[in-house]
Design a protein. Structure first.
Length: 284
């Protein structure tokens, strides 16, 4: 699937202006952590707080080296399938986290302060309708525009920071301003999630993230494909509602559908509703 042919006037999701305030919130968060906090477990399963902070730093360093400077330090192995790409990325992440165990929390803070503003400045410089350096694979795109690439990068920064916040019990980014662009980006993967699901034409599926920070996304069967559509004027054939504190963890694969199935509101076709829960909006 190629990138969506949307008019280059108003990107569906705007996040370039959010990188700096999100990064400033991260700096305040890291500055507040005590020695015990750095070793607390996170929703990222095997990663502690310090590991997640190191992973976020790696994101900055890779962005500046590869995306800004065009420097690819190592070539990927042969990539024959999506699973090959995920495996390689997971290995890169694991290698970095292992090596960064040598870094103190204070050094991590210093490096974040040095690289965060540079990364934000690079993101702000990108023409939104130019082709992105990397496609957003989890959305089924073989080519992406920069606005979608930035939205994907924003979700990475948001959900890893939220992993730290949840681990240490500090709120701060579960707000409409920060959360909604993240979850809206996640739902760009919904058509790809349904790509192998057959249904009659005009079948309508609605996914809702509850509360003031959330919203509703509508998926319709059109010409033997699935597409996100504006709010329809008819009832959905299947609908699922999920709380925001569960949604971000589910769609970033921190938890799985069986963990939340008893905490959802489901109406209509249960099989179609269950397919919504299979959406994974990260490379995993």
């Amino acid at each position: 699937m190629s990138a969506r042919n949307t008019s280059p006037k108003a990107p569906p999701i705007k996040v370039a202006h959010l990188f700096r305030p999100l990064d400033e919130a991260l700096m305040e968060l890291l500055a507040s952590l005590n020695d015990d906090d750095w070793q607390k477990p996170t929703p990222a399963k095997y990663w502690k707080v310090k590991d997640v902070a190191a992973h976020l730093l790696d994101g900055n360093l890779r962005t500046l080296s590869i995306q800004r400077d065009g420097y690819f330090g190592e070539a990927p192995p042969p990539i024959k399938a999506y699973e090959d790409l995920v495996g390689w990325l997971n290995q890169l992440n694991a290698d970095w986290v292992k090596a960064s165990k040598r870094l103190s929390p204070n050094v991590l803070r210093i490096l974040h302060r040095a690289t965060g503003p540079l990364t934000s400045a690079y993101y702000e410089s990108l023409p939104l309708w130019d082709e992105a350096i990397f496609a957003v694979d989890w959305a089924g795109e073989s080519k992406s525009y920069n606005w979608m690439h930035l939205a994907r990068e924003y979700t990475e920064k948001w959900h890893h920071q939220q992993q730290i916040r949840e681990a240490v019990g500090q709120p701060g980014i579960m707000t409409r301003a920060f959360f909604f662009p993240m979850i809206a980006t996640y739902f760009m993967a919904l058509p790809h999630t349904f790509r192998n699901i057959a249904a009659p034409e005009e079948t309508l599926v609605t996914a809702t993230v509850s509360g003031q920070v959330g919203g509703a996304w509508h998926l319709e069967r059109q010409n033997a494909n699935w597409a996100l559509v504006d709010k329809p004027d008819r009832a959905s054939d299947a609908a699922v509602e999920i709380a925001p504190e569960l949604a971000w963890k589910l769609f970033s694969k921190n938890i799985r559908p069986d963990d939340v199935k008893h905490q959802l509101k489901v109406e209509g076709d249960k099989l179609l509703a269950a397919q919504v829960l299979q959406m994974v909006s990260v490379m995993a």
